[in-house]
Ligand binder design. Structure first.
Ligand code: ZN
Length: 199
């Protein structure tokens, strides 16, 4: 009787070890993570910024990619020191117009991002106008533009596609916009390559 009980306890101890081992492994296998630093020059409200970030986060979550937002005034977690860090500038009308004029950016363009620079410029006044015209919420459109422009930074150059979030012309319908499976694989490749380069 006593022996059986001891055997059971050993089995239980082994199971516990395996379980904690599995947990440790899961903790080591970090999900694909991108850190986006936001500068809110457009002085958008906290709730607009949060809402748009949530929309973009959902789009990346569907691509098995975790987005960590570093908002103005917020302390940055050291946990993500080794992750891929990118910058998003929410431009006010004047800054946007300067950029638009300098780079001769077309009238229907809502944002611009460089794969090489790791910087995205968001033309908030244009997004506001487009959202109004299409009866779509500003927060949703801004979130999609954030996801799209961040996409340019984590995908190779010329990364537009015919459908989904990387369409050259943003889909303003209520249908959720996503990355294609091929784009998801490329996002993961970009982040993995960045990690490797830092080692
Ligand atoms: Zn684009």
């Amino acid at each position: 009787m006593a022996k059986t009980r001891r055997d059971l306890m050993t089995a239980a101890a082994v199971a516990a070890t395996l379980f904690s081992g599995a947990k440790a492994f899961a903790a080591e296998a970090e999900p694909t993570t991108v850190v986006l630093h936001v500068s809110n020059y457009a002085r958008l409200s906290r709730s607009d910024v949060n809402g748009a970030e949530e929309e973009a986060t959902r789009i990346y979550k569907a691509a098995d990619t975790k987005v960590v937002w570093v908002n103005p005034g917020a302390a940055e977690s050291e946990a993500y020191a080794g992750a891929l860090h990118l910058t998003v500038l929410l431009l006010n009308r004047e800054m946007a117009q300067n950029k638009i004029d300098a780079d001769q950016i077309l009238q229907n363009v809502l944002g611009q991002a460089g794969h090489a620079t790791g910087r995205a410029y968001i033309f908030c006044h244009r997004i506001s106008a487009v959202a109004d015209t299409h009866g779509q919420s500003f927060v949703t459109v801004l979130g999609r533009v954030l996801a799209h422009e961040a996409g340019h930074m984590v995908l190779p150059v010329h990364s537009h596609s015919d459908t989904g979030i990387m369409r050259a012309t943003l889909d303003l319908s209520n249908a959720p916009q996503r990355f294609s499976l091929e784009q998801v694989a490329k996002i993961h490749e970009t982040v993995a390559a960045d990690l490797l380069a830092k080692r």
